[in-house]
Design a protein around this ligand. Structure first.
Ligand code: SAM
Length: 285
């Protein structure tokens, strides 16, 4: 099911511009979406300096960023994101001093060009680098920006050949939608496979810990896979169709029917398998 044909190591030049995000929709599945970050956190080693300086790249609504302040209570943590909607939500809900004497703030930043502006002990990114076509090209600069013994860690979905995404790409490429949605199916061809991430980090002199996990998520409610992708993979499509309500409804109805066939609902819910790729790279002390 998960071949590596969805990636070629070459950035896509056809990816449309940044989508509009909906924090409320995204947070509807926060339990399943947070679990991989908790699994990533368990593999991050002690940081070289206290209080730690931490960056969260593509922080979204900030709920995952706060987990960093639980593990490193006195840390100064900054979340960077491109989406005004996500930054607004993060700032309102989570910014300020933390109970352990640290702080949490959120800033606008584009990961395509972001560079560490001061030495960091940890740079982390959860479910965001898949939106950044040339992200492996930034690894060297980001690791340079770490203190000796510091860590760069990320998690990205590795499910872009799964039916949820393959069906979306196929539908965008049908004659009915192609003229408005061309390029959406090619968004993720830049993602690397775990062995390639391992090679990148060892070439950069890091101690690397790379793995993948498929979570067999049991979702509840009607059309739960559609509801899930409305918070993430569908954002670019919904942004491209904009205020054209008829087109949005027609697209969602067609896609919903495809998803129902691919992910049938059973007596206990709908199983939505989700492969994720993890990387923890520690800079030499
Ligand atoms: C799926 S959400 C993940 C949010 C959060 N890290 C979490 O785990 O809940 C992806 C986030 O990446 C952000 N993002 C996408 N492309 C970006 C870019 N080029 N620069 C900064 N943030 C970006 C989006 O705005 C969105 O908030």
């Amino acid at each position: 099911m998960y071949s590596d044909t969805a990636r070629a190591g070459t950035p896509t030049s056809t990816a449309p511009s940044a989508p509009t995000w909906d924090p409320q929709q995204y947070l509807r599945h926060s339990g399943h979406r947070t679990r991989p970050f908790l699994d990533l956190l368990t593999r991050i080693p002690e940081l070289p300096h206290r209080p730690a300086r931490i960056a969260d790249l593509g922080c979204g609504p900030g709920n995952v960023t706060t987990l960093l302040t639980e593990r490193w209570p006195e840390a100064r943590v900054t979340g960077f994101d491109l989406s005004p909607e996500m930054l607004h939500r993060a700032g309102e809900e989570h910014a300020g001093p933390t109970p352990g004497g640290g702080s949490l703030d959120f800033r606008h930043g584009d990961l395509a060009t972001w560079l560490p502006e001061e030495p960091y002990d940890l740079i982390v990114s959860n479910a965001a680098l898949q939106w950044v076509p040339n992200h492996p090209g930034s690894f060297g600069a980001w690791i340079n920006g770490l203190r000796p013994g510091g860590t760069f860690a990320f998690q990205i979905p590795g499910n872009f050949t799964a039916p949820s995404h393959a069906l979306l790409a196929q539908q965008c490429d049908t004659p009915r939608w192609r003229s408005r949605l061309a390029g959406h199916g090619a968004r993720y061809i830049h993602l690397l496979e775990p062995a390639e991430y391992l090679a990148r980090f060892t070439e950069l002199g890091c101690e690397a810990d790379i793995w993948e996990t498929t979570y067999h998520q049991l979702l509840q409610g009607p059309d739960p896979v559609l509801d899930w992708v409305k918070g993430t993979a569908l954002r670019p499509v919904l942004t491209a169709l904009g205020d054209d309500r008829d087109a949005v409804d027609a697209f969602l109805t067609e896609y919903r029917d495809r998803l129902r066939a691919a992910y049938p609902t059973g007596p206990r819910g709908t199983v939505f398998p989700f492969r994720r790729i993890f990387a923890v790279a520690r800079k030499e002390a």
